[in-house]
Design a protein around this ligand. Structure first.
Ligand code: SF4
Length: 260
């Protein structure tokens, strides 16, 4: 029986797919985005220990597909009334692609709509395991310049583009590109232009932007890890508006969604 390492299950989310969602967060991520709000999920797929209120706490619980589905089904009434469902997030969902695939398939068999959040940063054969079972893919585009992406977050643009374009070819999936707006990292004129050009090239008409927040900062302290964006101020409302207008000028429909 395939088991997955889950670090949180969060109910009643309204920013991560259509309607009211139950979010299942999976451990493991190959990237190291300096702004990451789930730093506890980074690295290999294994439980971690952090200090919470001066006490050690283990993060990550191995769960079977059936156990997770039992939790997800508890909110079935909300899915029916809002058009919501299950969203897998992380970490990077593709780090546990076999488990994610089984979980998504089980949800779909029960008539529950499925979504994943991904940065698409693993090889295509991993991505292809989840593709047939995801109704929506919330696909993060972060730093488009290959050298900067590799140096800053450890991302390979060739993988991202291969996966993004594979999802686009799969007509059954609703692909939603999302850009976390991180001052000094993703929010740089040349990066925004590269994102715009790539989306236009791919024939995309909708983009979600996620303003930077500081919700994850306490986690760095709990992990005894340095947080590079500790003193980075939030974007002003007018800055977000300016970015929205920039993309809208290129005929992209922009949704200011949740937070990065
Ligand atoms: S891809 Fe997501 S989970 Fe992974 S390091 Fe970046 S922000 Fe964190």
């Amino acid at each position: 029986m395939t088991k997955g390492l889950v670090f949180t299950i969060q109910r009643y989310s309204i920013h991560d797919g259509t309607g009211i969602r139950t979010m299942v967060f999976l451990m493991g991520c190959p990237l190291h985005c300096p702004w990451c709000s789930n730093p506890e999920s980074q690295g290999t797929v294994q439980p971690k220990v952090w200090m919470k209120n001066k006490k050690p706490e283990t993060l990550g619980r191995w769960m079977s597909v059936e156990e997770v589905i039992r939790e997800v089904e508890k909110d079935e009434i909300f899915y029916r009334t809002s058009g919501g469902g299950l969203t897998l997030s992380g970490g990077e969902v593709l780090m546990q692609a076999d488990f994610a695939s089984e979980l998504l398939r089980a949800a779909k068999e029960l008539g529950i709509s499925t979504a994943i959040e991904t940065a698409g940063s693993l090889p295509l054969h991993q991505f292809e395991k989840v593709l047939p079972y995801a109704d929506q893919i919330l696909f993060d585009l972060k730093i488009m310049d290959s050298a900067r992406a590799l140096a800053i977050i450890g991302d390979k643009m060739s993988l991202i583009k291969t996966n993004f374009e594979a999802a686009l070819r799969t007509k059954t999936v609703q692909l939603i590109p999302r850009v976390p707006l991180i001052p000094g990292y993703t929010v740089r004129q040349e990066n925004l232009e590269q994102i715009r050009d790539y989306l236009k090239e791919q024939g995309i008409h909708e983009l979600h932007i996620l303003p930077f927040h500081q919700f994850g900062s306490q986690k760095y302290e709990d992990l005894d890890q340095a947080y590079a964006l500790k003193n980075t101020p939030l974007l002003k409302k007018e800055d977000v508006e300016q970015i929205r207008e920039f993309f809208e000028h290129s005929a992209l429909n922009v949704v200011v969604s949740g937070l990065a």
